[in-house]
Design a protein around this ligand. Sequence first.
Ligand SMILES: Nc1ncnc2c1ncn2[C@@H]1O[C@H](COP(=O)(O)OP(=O)(O)OP(=O)(O)O)[C@@H](O)[C@H]1O
Length: 314
Amino acid sequence: MKAVQCKEVTKKYGRRTALHGVSFSMEENKIIGLAGRNGAGKTTLLKILAGLLKESDGEAEVYGNRPFNNLLVSANSIYIDDQMNFPTSLTLKEILEEGRRFYHNWDHKLAMNLFDYFGFHPKGHHNELSKGKESTFNMIIGLASRSALTIFDEPTTGMDAAVRKDFYRALLKDYLAYPRTILLSTHHLEEVEDLLEEIIVLQKGNLLLHTSMEDMKSYAVAVSGRNESMPGWMKHKVFLYEEKQGPYEKTIILENDLTTVEKEELKRNGVQLSAVSASDAFVYMTAEANGKGGLDDVFSGHINSGSGQKTSQL
Ligand SMILES: Nc1ncnc2c1ncn2[C@@H]1O[C@H](COP(=O)(O)OP(=O)(O)OP(=O)(O)O)[C@@H](O)[C@H]1O
């Protein structure tokens, strides 16, 4: 059975459309990443799948059920983000007890072991935690719930590097022991790319890509060399990014569909081919061609300000 199925899911907030007819499906028992630039629609999509928001058009299904206001879906899924609120009257330990009562797969031993490992005080309160500690506590709930669909929306906000590493390890260990469908949105693809089996990329509310992590790792290739060494057929390739290195040389990031013959010709011409990591490929493929030039232009004063005046040279 599909864990998630989205058919032409659209979400409008008033006149703003956050998702434009997004369609994809996810097999169960996989760890899938959701990536996209700020405002791409990640949280909106995840909240629809968690049943917290209703799609304006199209259909989202979680294990064959429409998630909005659906108790069956709520009982079998969990949505973790950095805005979770708990009754202030409850201690941290009491919150975990409540988790045990609500989630039928809840592993209280795991919850308490992680609670102790990360140094929480049983009588502490959620609203007194630092940002990183709050995310760590929420992550414990997400893992211990062992929900069939576990959704982490930017779960590492505020966590320091060591805690993030612990979180990824705990997630992987527990997933291997108790496979379930885990959907994880992140702005730090480089940190999770070895954890993910698939990746979904949203751009401005549209589905840009849904592919295996293996394919994402070879999605793009960097081609560097002298301008005259680039064969004419290159212009028919999909350029993700191009940068001049002085007047005679350049580096081009291409979608990696080069044939063996093409690669050999490039090498014979002295052009260097190098791999592009999945996280770099993501940055290139979602870079905005906004007509404003690059960041370098901002600092060299080439961008027009809103008033049409040139900004001053820094
Ligand atoms: N409650 C809301 N009312 C109006 N517009 C909203 C609301 N929530 C989100 N939006 C808009 O919908 C779009 C998608 O927002 P969303 O939070 O889903 O993106 P995101 O990919 O999670 O962003 P980020 O990475 O910055 O968290 C944005 O343009 C945002 O301004």
